[in-house]
Design a protein around this ligand. Structure first.
Ligand SMILES: O=P(O)(O)OC[C@@H](O)[C@@H](O)c1c[nH]c2ccccc12
Length: 259
């Protein structure tokens, strides 16, 4: 059983509970109407989705003392284009409240980072003020991904569609995903390799599809590698959570986008 299988088994239970306990519309949060697609496509520097990530199955505790609203404010001030908040509790120590706290204090797009397998989770993400949800190609069959993609779009959410190999990328393209995240980390083995972005980017028309490279970004040279193949955005968790000088970290990773 891979870690992804374990997480998904846990999500089945969570969703069953949520269907009993959550009424869509129950939470009400600030809504900010911003498009990550538009802002990232129009930027002249690498855009950063900075992530709130206390812990992970691969790294254990990363930074559990973090205060979401303070961290969210700093991310925005330092130049984040968006903020990703992990809301999974058993494996990542995040909560939905973390995301709501961040939402209240920032005006940039907020991504609800979780393992979404059911519409009810999309309802709750929307209610809690998310602008985007994550859909992970490896988590579900194509038909189900297509249904959830459409459900989220109809609610006015944007979708970060995450892929890790050619077959998953083909699914993203058949579904018509506008924002594709190439995860450099294999969710089944935790291995990280930036060559994943380099290999898959070739098959994407990055003038129309917004390409985000996810995971494993530590320094400028990493960002330059993915910029060269057309990424306009990066998703950065651990490096941001461990940074002692966020302004400096953002400035060094926001490389120019030119040729
Ligand atoms: O901490 P990193 O290596 O910068 O990675 C961030 C982000 O890409 C990673 O948290 C992630 C990518 N896809 C996911 C899916 C679920 C949970 C987490 C993730």
């Amino acid at each position: 059983m891979t870690i992804l299988d374990k997480i998904l088994a846990e999500k089945q239970k969570e969703v069953a509970d949520l269907k009993e306990s959550y009424q869509p519309g129950e939470i009400q949060a600030k809504r900010v109407n911003v498009s990550l697609y538009d802002s990232f496509m129009n930027a002249d520097k690498m855009s950063i989705i900075a992530e709130m990530k206390r812990a992970s199955p691969s790294k254990g505790l990363i930074n559990d003392g973090v205060e979401p609203s303070a961290q969210g404010r700093i991310y925005e001030t330092c130049g984040a284009g968006a903020i990703s908040v992990l809301t999974d509790t058993p494996f990542f120590q995040g909560t939905m409240e973390d995301m709501q706290e961040v939402r209240e204090v920032v005006d940039i797009p907020v991504l609800n980072k979780d393992f979404i397998i059911d519409e009810i989770q999309i309802d709750r993400a929307y209610d809690a003020g998310a602008n985007l949800i994550l859909l992970i190609a490896a988590a579900l069959p194509e038909q189900r991904l297509a249904e959830l993609y459409q459900y989220a779009s109809e609610k006015g959410l944007e979708i970060l569609f995450e892929v890790h190999n050619e077959a998953e990328l083909a699914v993203a393209q058949r579904i018509g995903a506008q924002i594709i995240g190439i995860n450099n980390r294999d969710l089944k083995t935790f291995e990280v390799d930036l060559a994943t972005t380099e290999r898959l980017a070739e098959k994407i028309d990055t003038t129309k599809t917004l390409l985000i490279s996810e995971s494993g970004m530590k320094e400028k040279s990493d960002v330059e590698r993915v910029q060269k193949v057309g990424a306009r955005g990066i998703l950065v968790g651990e490096t941001m959570m461990r940074s002692v000088d966020l302004k400096e970290t953002f400035d060094s990773l926001r490389v120019p986008l030119g040729e």
